[in-house]
Design a protein around this ligand. Structure first.
Ligand code: G16
Length: 544
């Protein structure tokens, strides 16, 4: 058998971040770089030998090349079976569901998510475990440790490449490869969660939808669900064809990167629901006529109305949000009498809770929302959940938001991104802030005084593992809050994220511009954390 053992050098930079290993395409294309990382995964997960994997990605530049390279390393290492998505196109939530449904040992997701694509852009590899969920911190540490010490990897040479555009079974040396179409199974699973008859009736009655697939992976999935199964006109989807460079756009569904959607939402004749998802289909942007639904509000509203959605009418076991995410869902959980968990940033921290049946819905401020149907966040799931909610209540997005705020109050929320060119400076800034945190309690700036400040430490209630230093929290005496942490998805420099939050109780003014409502919290936080002094910057690069 043409298995070759290739000498490599250890790559010390192969440390997975918040969601897998993300680097510039040029870094990944260095000789042996991807092979080294895949070998490290196989060595860290010995069950892969003789086991099976699901492979696919977001269709970005170099995705199919990477799939072929990875397949050769897996085949040479004795992986028995690989299920590869046709043309390598597999959204992250669909990958999670396929891994679970097939009982695969794990999955390789070739994606840098919402990061830019193309030859000058980013690439990424994520390993998901047999539950479909993201690798836990302990496993990513093992993979990193192995990647740093490898001196050789195995690959298969002299065999023709797998034909990724041919559905059906093929062989790659000793490994059986199945090229499959992931769209029908994903669409079937989502159809079981929502009332498609009710949505179709609402669409016939005039409900209008606009979905931007951002030239990324969700195009074919959205076409099946929204056009073929729900009957929307094809024109309801824009940028539905996946492109390797995402059409030159940044495939990040946020108001900053989607100004054309914000402009559409502000028109008097705007569709009732305007939505988008990101490069790999796990993030979502939800807007209504004249309004944007902040991710924290989206999670809270979906939890409050879950009983109206067929997949969730039996009630929610619990909910979870990442620590920096607004506490809007906490208020709903309190009202429903269900547990609400606060986890570190990163979907992987929800996975144990989902697996243990402790939560049904979860979400993050970074435009991610999902449920126990998958072990990843799911952009199209969020779009369908909102669509079904509009159909069930016959209310507009704005009416639903205002009704919610009247009941629970409004959690004004914003995230500032302070861009630092030097990654080491980013770490120094966060270390200085951590050291200063204990001295902040009792200090006042403007109208706000600090009740407490600490570094968030998470104790996983399922497996008892702990994760420390997951973000600095400043709690103000009036209940407002600021959180500071370094982004884990940068591929160059560092981004200091500053999250600001303030609750306006029922009866208060809920129609303020969020940045105005948060003005005092921003001023106090900048001063207390000495952000301008420590970063040398005049202010954040962008506010989300
Ligand atoms: C990834 C993770 C998310 C996390 C986000 C945070 O998102 O999957 O769970 O919330 O990163 O990003 P940062 O560390 O930059 O604040 P994605 O969509 O890029 O995979």
């Amino acid at each position: 058998m043409p298995i070759t053992i290739v000498p490599t050098r250890a790559f010390a930079d192969q440390r997975p971040g918040t969601a897998g290993l993300r680097k510039r395409v040029a870094t990944f294309r260095q000789p042996h770089y991807l092979e080294n990382f895949v070998q490290a995964i196989v060595d860290a997960v010995p069950e892969l030998r003789g086991g099976s994997v699901v492979i696919g990605g977001d269709g970005r530049f170099w995705c199919t090349d990477a799939a072929r390279i990875a397949l050769r390393v897996l085949a040479a290492n004795g992986v028995a079976r690989a299920s590869v998505a046709k043309d390598g196109l597999l959204s992250t939530p669909a990958a999670s569901m396929e891994i679970r449904a097939r009982g695969a040992t794990g999955g390789l997701l070739l994606t840098a998510s919402h990061n830019p694509g193309g030859p000058e852009g980013d690439f990424g590899v994520k390993y998901n475990v047999t539950s479909g969920g993201q690798a836990a911190e302990s496993l990513t540490e093992r993979i990193h440790a192995r990647a740093r010490e490898l001196h050789r990897y195995k690959t298969l040479e002299g065999e023709p490449d797998v034909e990724l555009d041919e559905l059906g079974r093929q062989a790659l040396g000793p490994m059986e490869v199945e090229v499959f179409d992931p769209v029908p199974a994903y669409a079937d699973a989502l159809e079981r969660l929502f009332d498609f008859d009710r949505i179709r009736a609402a669409l016939r009655a005039g409900l209008r939808v606009h979905f931007d697939a951002m030239s990324a992976v969700t195009g074919p999935f959205a076409e099946e669900l929204l056009v073929r199964r729900l009957g929307l006109p094809p024109s309801a989807i824009t940028n539905g064809r996946p492109l390797p460079d995402f059409g030159g756009r940044h495939p990040d569904p946020s108001p900053q990167t989607c100004p054309q959607l914000v402009a559409l939402a502000s028109r008097n004749d705007a569709p009732d629901l305007i939505a988008a998802s990101d490069g790999d289909g796990d993030r979502n942007l939800i807007m209504g006529r004249g309004c944007l639904v902040s991710p924290g509000d989206s999670l809270a509203l979906l939890a409050a109305h879950a009983h109206r959605l067929p997949g969730y009418c039996g009630g929610l076991a619990g909910v979870a949000r990442s620590m920096p995410t607004s506490r809007a869902v906490d208020r709903v959980a309190d009202r429903l009498g269900i547990p609400c968990y606060e986890t570190p940033t990163g979907w992987r921290y929800f996975c144990n809770l989902l697996e243990a049946g402790r939560i049904t819905l979860c979400g993050e401020e970074s435009f991610g929302t999902s449920s126990a149907h998958a072990r990843e966040k799911d952009g199209l799931w969020a779009v369908l959940a909102w669509l079904d909610l509009l159909a069930a209540t016959r209310r507009s997005v704005a009416e639903l938001l205002h009704h919610h705020w009247r009941e629970h109050g409004r959690d004004y929320f914003a995230r500032e991104d302070w861009r630092l060119a030097d990654a080491a400076l980013g770490q120094r800034v966060i270390d200085d802030l951590r050291a200063a945190a204990p001295t902040l309690a009792g200090r006042s700036v403007g109208g706000l005084s600090v009740a407490s400040a600490d570094s968030f430490r998470y104790l996983d209630p399922v497996d008892g593992s702990t994760s420390k230093d997951q973000g600095l929290r400043i709690h103000y005496a009036d209940g407002s809050r600021a959180v500071l942490r370094l982004s884990g998805t940068d591929t160059a420099g560092a981004t200091l994220r500053v999250y600001l939050e303030r609750h306006a109780p029922p009866g208060a003014d809920h129609d303020r511009v969020p940045l105005d409502a948060l003005g005092e919290v921003a001023v106090a936080t900048h001063a207390l954390a000495q952000l301008r002094e420590l970063t040398g910057l005049a202010g954040p690069k962008q506010v989300v």
